[in-house]
Write a protein that binds this ligand. Structure first.
Ligand SMILES: *[C@@H]1O[C@H](CO)[C@@H](O)[C@H](O)[C@H]1NC(C)=O
Ligand SMILES: *[C@@H]1O[C@H](CO)[C@@H](O)[C@H](O)[C@H]1NC(C)=O
Length: 356
């Protein structure tokens, strides 16, 4: 009897459910179907995250701003979405993919640098020699200077022709190919990874990743512009350009007719440099750095040839170099990280002012 009662109850419940669903269906069928207006195509805002435990936004999902929804926009002129994993704000921002010569971390012209502290300075070095721009325990970046000495001048006029990167046990180089006559439509970039020449097909967004994924190179224009990302450490935007006739005239460089002095204009962004970082540019990111280039001086030149000269593009043998990739990190390396990347600079020439 009890069994039967339970079965009946089940059947009743089932029938009731069926009835309810029929009624609901009928009700919805009675609704007037409205024609939906076509949705405006809203760009998909990419989601970024930080995979480094050192980051304050470790594994948080951060949405790109509407103004720059994509990390790699199709149009080379569009701003790209960018997340600085070491910024305290932990928010994605829009940025130009080309180097900004007036921003912190810039190395442009006959090299004019803007330090991590926002202070503008010149370092002339010597032509055909190499100097360390960055030397930290796990990253070394050297520059090769090219240049000339116009008659009657007391120093070389120099430009950065190549960059040499060392990270982990790998080498990467980026050079402006020497060329007699400059042609904008011809690519003048030469790359190598661990001693082998690297070819990245021309074209915007064409890219290459190292086998271990620790370095990524992406073209940001059809030719002569790219971004280099060293995983968790640095992002560098580069243009290859000649010394313009205009600049040559203004500064009386006396550029010979058979060499365009193709060189690099660069902007570095660093993520989590140590407080012991060295190098012409690197030391300006140290929390205790006092820039010898005093603001307000028309052309603050800093020295350091003897401290930062290396024997080659890929050597870490300068007097103050600290690169030592073998060192095992104990995880307690809580050196304060600099947040100068968020500086906002305006102006030009020597009148640059940076604000936090
Ligand atoms: C990197 O460059 C240095 C200096 O030229 C060289 O001794 C070393 O073997 C290179 N390493 C690799 C992996 O190519
Ligand atoms: C330009 O000419 C000078 C002297 O005539 C020569 O030393 C130099 O190698 C030449 N440069 C190029 C890029 O051919």
């Amino acid at each position: 009897m009890r069994m039967l009662g339970a079965k009946t109850l089940l059947i009743v419940l089932f029938l009731q459910a069926l009835l309810v669903s029929m009624v609901t269906e009928a009700a919805s069928a009675n609704k007037v179907k409205r024609v939906k207006p076509p949705k405006p195509v809203k760009p998909v805002q990419e989601i970024l995250t930080c995979k480094s435990r050192k980051s304050r936004c470790f594994m948080k999902r951060i949405k790109c701003p509407v103004e720059c929804p994509k990390v790699k926009p199709k149009n080379p002129k569009d701003k790209a979405c960018f997340l600085d994993c070491y910024s305290p704000k932990c928010e994605a921002v829009c940025k130009s993919r080309k180097p900004n010569c007036n921003g912190p971390g810039a190395a442009c012209y006959d090299p004019r640098f803007i330090g991590g502290d926002g202070i503008v300075f010149y370092f002339h070095g010597k032509r055909n020699e190499h100097f360390s721009l960055i030397s930290d325990s796990d990253l070394q970046i050297n520059a090769r200077f090219i240049g000339l000495r116009p008659e009657g001048r007391t120093r070389d006029y120099t430009w950065i022709q190549a960059l040499g990167f060392k990270f982990g046990h790998h080498n990467f180089t980026l050079e402006a190919a020497r060329t007699q006559k400059w042609d904008d439509d011809v690519d003048h970039i030469k790359l190598s990874y661990d001693g082998k020449e690297l070819f990245i097909p021309e074209g915007h967004s064409s890219e290459w990743n190292s086998p271990e994924g620790d370095i990524q190179v992406e073209r940001t224009a059809t030719s002569n512009s790219l971004t280099v990302k060293v995983l968790d450490v640095a992002e560098i935007s580069v243009n290859v350009i000649p010394v313009s006739e205009e600049d040559s005239k203004i500064h009386n460089y006396q550029i010979p007719t058979n060499d365009s002095f193709a060189h690099l204009e660069v902007q570095f962004r660093f993520f989590g440099l140590s407080s012991k970082v060295e190098g012409i540019l690197g030391r300006t990111y140290r929390p205790d750095f006092e820039n010898p280039a005093k603001p307000g001086v028309a052309m603050p030149v800093v020295g350091g040839d003897d401290k930062y000269k290396t024997s080659s593009l890929l050597a870490a043998d300068c007097a103050l170099c600290v690169f030592s990739p073998k060192e095992i990190k104990d995880g307690n390396d809580d050196s304060p990280m600099m947040e100068y990347g968020m500086l906002d600079c305006t102006g030009g020439g020597n009148g640059i002012i940076c604000k936090k």
